[in-house]
Design a protein around this ligand. Sequence first.
Ligand code: GLN
Ligand code: ZN
Length: 795
Amino acid sequence: MHVIRFFAQHYYTYSCFPRTGPNREIKVALESYWKGQSSEEQLLRTAHRVEADAWRLQKSAGIEAVGLDGTLYDQVLDTITWLGVVPPRFKGLMGLRRYFAMARGAPGCAALDMSKFFDTNYHYLVPELDADLAPAPDFAPLLDKLRRGQEALGSRQAAVPIVIGPVTFVCLAKGCPLPVGEAVGRLLPAYCQLLRLLGAGGATEVQLHEPILTTSTAEDLQTVFQEAYGKLAEAASSCPSSSPSPFPLSLHLVTYYDDLGSTYPWAVQLPVAAISLDLRGATGAEVTSQTMQHIRRYGFPYDKRLGAGVVDGRSVWADDGTALALIRELLPAGLSPERLIITSSAPLQHLPYDLAAEGDHVPPELSTRLAFAVQRVDEIVRVAEAVRGGQRTDVAVEAPTEEEAPSEKAAGEAAAEVPSAAVGQAAAAGGGGGLRCGLPAEMFSRSEPYDVRRGRQVQMPAFPTTTIGSFPQTPEVRRLRQQLRSGQLSQSEYERRIAGHIAHCVGVQEALGVDVVVHGEAERTDMVEYFGSKLGGMWFTVSGWVQSYGSRYVRPPLIVSDITYQGPMTVWEYGVAQSYTRRPVKGMLTGPVTILNWSFPRKDISRARQALQLALALRKEVEALEGAGCSVVQVDEPALREGLPLKRERWSSYLGWAVDAFRLCTAVAAPGTQVVTHLCYSDFEDILHDIARMDADVLTIENSRSGNAMISALAAAGYSHDIGPGVYDVHSPEVPSVDFIRSRIRSFVETGILGGRADRIWVNPDCGLKTRGWPETIAALRNMVAAAAQAPAEL
Ligand code: GLN
Ligand code: ZN
């Protein structure tokens, strides 16, 4: 029988605190280790120190139970190694060599696939589970983490191990031939063993993270969850007699990223001691109201504690009193303060580490309105103290006044005071009547249909070649940008040198015979940050790094007020590149949806409205490029799919305004201007209709890892515009041979796409080349151009 025990603590965090370290210590340590400049021991020492510092930071802020997070690369990869479900190709390797081979590949051993983690911008390594799934667990690293946590926090109760739950783990794997229930069943003995080991190690509680419960996938998994958690509860209640704990281990089921939807009634009945729910969501008030409604309608089981995710873990806007107000709403729903755990709505790993690191860089009007991970921890503690302090008086606690904690609403009011430039006004027009914000329909449509446009656009040979935009970002290029920032280089000297890089890049493409040339994006640190820094209404941090994957961190800009166009952003680079070649140079823009999805949005106006504001600004840039003579404009939307809500029923609303934003941005192009778009992660068979609605003249997609699945689907759906499926994977330094690329091109034609029309199937790499070195880039493109030239004779 499962024994329920309430925790002694009141407040809490999911932790999953940013694991980068306050000063990107993990990135630095990893890169030095990979270069062979430091030992495994040094790497682990740094990692352990960063973890322990984060745990202690939370404890000293007042958090009473700290989730033991931290990873060298990725928490899913950690789980793969703990459970011992390592794909056979890595079996010859051990320890960290094997760990990093799975993350980054090794000679003769392709890395695990990478995929987006739910609706976040974090990428995890995809487990590969095959039909003879048989875990060979090694929990020593996790037990060591528990021991280190207990030592750092000076308490057993405060140190709470975090494990990805078995159902979520299985669902994160792709292409597993076993039914989910069967795969979970195979993993359960390992999970049960783990719980017993953690109990024996003195853990009093363990967090099992099951964010899959907030997705549409979980609707069919009721039995799987019930069976799995029945077994886990049994294992947890049977701690070995050697356990220093007098209690059985408490299971804490943690969900986040969305509400539980239709899974609520049965999910909250799972036999665990506590369940954490997201009361904020990432995108709006919908998740809050859904979770509240569920609690009111179905109640919350009397035998459990509720982890109330009331402190917003996804946004950077300081709490305006909403967190405490939500707690107040929960109390009449039968949840007494002692049954509540106050926590963040989602892991804090998606926020930058500490606002204080920005120092004077934060504009005064923003300084009190923002909160990063460290500040969120304080908010959790403040809310918990208010609840505790107000316990006897039914939590008659004063919400902080606006001066103390200016609100998200206040943020909106402040934004509204900013004189709206034309862009802001246009997008704001219509007062919310319809998602197009009152903008006239013709602004969303090209003036001619595709068939007419195509005849007027650049004419190309069979299997035309191009690239996706970026070329190698060498240390020298990065140094230039740094020198500009630090004032070592004047703007004009910087531009002179960037122009040199553009000349080199164009020269290489000319020499190789690439048909549509790019300038190479040497001036861009990051495709969103670059535009963020040039548009009005966006603010970007100096050290607000957020992990994208492994050692790759990004600094997402913040949308802080109405977006305004402040003048050309890419026209100079275009002009420099075009001056060196007679071939067409592609103008290169990041699309509105991608800028929005890779930024921290405002909370006071809808994302749809912010997307349209961005689209209007970028539309001006399209016009400016055309004005400068540009006849091919690429608008990248790699993050279009990433914004899809976790719940399918919300997809059409998102895609409605997202595709509209792309159209608003590009519809201004003259019929003779070729509009190209680029999408990464080609698993969008389920949104083909929306891709078609983008009405791009050329669609380039990442394709190598998905075996033509996407072009086959486009072919089957009768997709009729030009298409450029990636012919080789840019994530690997390996140079693809001419034969290999030729066979790829042949395979595209064989899918039947565009009836095999050679002038309309483009030949390009999967994605930008910025992470590659020059020698392999030149070799790969040389082979690509040769293969494209040979293809027409063969096909
Ligand atoms: N134009 C960008 C580049 O080449 C596109 C990157 C992307 O798709 N993520 O780098
Ligand atoms: Zn891409």
